[in-house]
Design a protein around this ligand. Structure first.
Ligand code: ZN
Length: 500
C-alpha cells in the first residue's frame, strides 16, 4: 500500500441488516455543469427531493474513466489502488493492460485490479451483503477472490433501459441485492466525438434524464421509492480539444528510444529504453521550458504530491502532462492519432474535469446542497449507508455525512449523551462527597476513643472487638478499624437487647 495512504476507519462496527439498499449509478463523462444545459425534469426532481454537490466532485488524476471508477468504489487515490491510468504497464506482469473500450474481449487481468484496493462489493459481501454490477469498470475481475454476486459483463450493445430492468429484477428477486452498480457510457462517447459544447451532448444529457426517469418509474412500480438510496454521479467531466492543440512528441524525442502506453493521450506514460532515460528526459524537459510548450514533464519521483499518483510501482520513469485542451501524439506516422472534439484526463484542479453528483432516498436530506467534496469520500459514504465497516481508504465522512438525514440526529444524540454523562458524574461525585464526609466524621470519633485507650504495643489479641482490645490494652491495627466498628455496634446492640 502506498505511503500516502491515510488509514481511515469509520465508526461502523458491523453490517447493519436494517440498512437500506443502495444504487450507485455512473453516467460516464457527465460534467458537473451539464445540469444547466437543458430542462431535465427527472434529475431536477432528485435535486429537489435529495442532495446535490453544486460545484461537482473533485475527482482524481488521471481524470479518466478507469482510475476514477476504481476510486469511487475503493475510496483510494490511484497510487494506492494501482489503477493509475486507462492503460497500464506493470513490469511484474508480462503484458500491457488495454481498456475494454479499445478491445472489449480483452482479458482484464485481475492482477491489475487486485493491487491493494477493496471495491465496495467485496466490502459488502465480506459483511454478508449481495451485490449486482452492470458493467461497472473492473467488476469482472476477482479482487480478494471475490466478484460481485451478480453481474452483467461489459457490452456496449445492451441498451440503457435493459440495464435498468436487470437491476430492478436483482433488487426485487427472492434474494435481492442490497447494493447495485450500473454503468452507462454516455454522455462520454458523444462528448469525445462532437465536443462538450455540442447540441449532440445536450441531447445525450436529455437522454440521461429519460433513463433516470425510467429508473425511478420502475422503482415506484416495485414500491421501492421510499426504501432505497440512489447515488447518481460520474467519473469525470470533459473539455474541448482539436487538431490545433496537438503536441507531437516526435518533434523532441525519437520513438526508437522509448515505449509509450497510448499514442494519443493527455498524460504520456514514457518508458525509456535501456540507457536512454537521461537523453529522453532532458530533451523533453528542455522542450517543456520553451514558451508555449503547453506541457510539463517529471521523473516519477518528482510528480507533484497532490496528484496522489507517484507512489506506485506502475508509475513509468517519465510522466508528461499537457495543459488543458492539449494532447500528446507519439509516433504520428503510425496512425494511432484520431481527431477528437472533446477530451479529459487533465489536472483535477481544472473545473471542467469535475463530474456531477446527486443523490436521493430515505437516508438523504431533502433539497440540500454542498459545494463539493472529494471523490474518495464516496466509498465511506456508501459504507455508511449500507451499514458496513469500510476497508482502509483515503476518504472522509466530514462533508458527505452532512448529506445524510441522521447527521443531525447524531449530533443531537451526542449532545444528550454528554448531558447524561455530566449528570451521572455529578451524582457519583455527590455520593462520594457524602461518604467521605461521613467517614471523616467517624474517624474523628474513633481517634478520640483511641486516645482514651491505654495502649500496650507489645501485646496482640485475635479479637478485634474494642472491649477485648481495651481489656488487653493492645494496639489497634489500622486495617481493622471498619471491622471493629461493625462488630462493636452489633455487640453493643446485643448487650442492650439482652438488658431489656
Ligand atoms: Zn472518455
Amino acid at each position: 500500500m502506498a505511503a500516502s495512504l491515510i488509514i481511515n476507519f469509520q465508526a461502523v462496527d458491523a453490517r447493519n441488516v436494517k440498512a437500506r439498499p443502495l444504487l450507485l449509478i455512473s453516467f460516464d463523462g457527465f460534467r458537473w455543469d451539464y445540469l444547466t444545459r437543458a430542462k431535465l425534469p427527472n434529475i431536477e426532481r432528485i435535486i429537489r427531493e435529495g442532495v446535490h454537490a453544486t460545484d461537482g466532485v473533485k475527482n482524481v488524476v488521471d481524470t479518466s474513466t478507469l482510475p476514477n471508477h476504481w476510486t469511487l468504489v475503493t475510496g483510494l487515490y490511484p497510487e494506492s489502488h494501482g489503477i493509475i491510468g486507462n492503460f497500464l504497464r506493470d513490469d511484474k506482469i508480462d503484458k500491457v493492460f488495454v481498456p475494454k473500450y479499445i478491445n472489449a474481449d480483452y482479458d482484464n487481468d485481475p492482477r491489475y485490479y487486485d493491487d491493494g484496493g477493496e471495491p465496495i462489493w467485496v466490502t459488502n459481501q465480506l459483511q454478508g451483503g449481495r451485490t449486482g454490477s452492470i458493467m461497472w469498470w473492473g467488476s469482472e475481475n476477482a479482487v480478494k477472490w471475490s466478484r460481485p454476486t451478480l453481474q452483467m459483463p461489459y457490452d456496449d450493445n445492451v441498451n440503457f433501459t435493459r440495464r435498468v430492468d436487470v437491476m430492478i429484477e436483482w433488487l426485487s428477486q427472492e434474494y435481492p441485492v442490497n447494493l447495485g452498480l450500473i454503468y452507462f457510457f454516455e454522455p462520454d462517447h458523444i462528448g469525445h466525438t462532437t465536443g462538450p459544447d455540442s447540441v449532440n451532448v445536450t441531447e445525450a444529457i436529455k437522454y440521461t434524464d429519460v433513463i433516470v426517469g425510467y429508473l425511478f418509474d420502475r422503482l415506484k412500480e416495485k414500491n421501492m421509492l421510499n426504501s432505497i438510496n440512489v447515488i447518481i454521479t460520474s467519473d469525470h467531466g470533459m473539455t474541448t480539444t482539436s487538431e490545433h492543440t496537438l503536441i507531437f512528441l516526435d518533434d523532441y524525442i525519437n520513438i526508437e528510444d522509448y515505449d509509450i502506453l497510448s499514442h494519443d493521450t493527455v498524460i504520456a506514460h514514457i518508458f525509456p529504453h535501456k540507457g536512454k532515460l537521461d537523453k529522453v528526459f532532458s530533451a523533453l524537459e528542455k522542450a517543456s521550458k520553451e514558451p508555449n510548450s503547453h506541457f510539463r514533464v517529471y521523473l516519477a519521483k518528482d510528480i507533484p504530491e497532490r496528484f496522489h499518483m507517484k507512489n506506485n510501482h506502475r508509475v513509468p520513469p517519465i510522466v508528461a502532462f499537457t495543459d488543458i485542451h492539449y494532447r500528446f501524439v507519439a509516433n504520428a506516422s503510425r496512425g494511432d492519432h484520431f481527431p477528437l472534439a472533446g477530451i479529459h484526463g487533465y489536472d483535477n484542479e481544472e473545473k471542467d474535469m469535475r463530474p456531477f453528483f446527486i443523490a436521493t432516498g430515505p437516508d438523504f436530506k431533502k433539497n440540500y446542497t454542498v459545494s463539493s467534496f472529494d471523490s474518495v469520500d464516496v466509498y465511506p459514504l456508501m459504507c455508511q449507508l449500507l451499514g458496513i465497516k469500510p476497508a482502509p481508504n483515503n476518504g472522509s465522512l466530514n462533508i458527505v455525512s452532512t448529506l445524510l438525514k441522521h447527521h443531525e440526529d447524531d449530533t443531537a444524540a451526542t449532545l444528550y449523551t454528554y448531558i447524561f454523562v455530566i449528570i451521572v458524574a455529578n451524582v457519583v461525585a455527590g455520593v462520594f462527597a457524602v461518604a467521605v464526609f461521613r467517614q471523616h466524621r467517624y474517624l474523628k470519633k474513633r481517634n478520640t476513643w483511641m486516645k482514651l485507650t491505654p495502649i500496650d504495643t507489645k501485646k496482640r489479641v485475635r479479637s478485634t472487638r474494642p472491649k477485648d482490645i481495651a481489656a488487653a490494652g493492645v494496639h489497634l491495627m489500622a486495617e481493622d478499624k471498619d471491622h471493629v466498628s461493625d462488630e462493636d455496634e452489633i455487640d453493643d446492640m446485643n448487650d442492650k437487647n439482652r438488658n431489656k
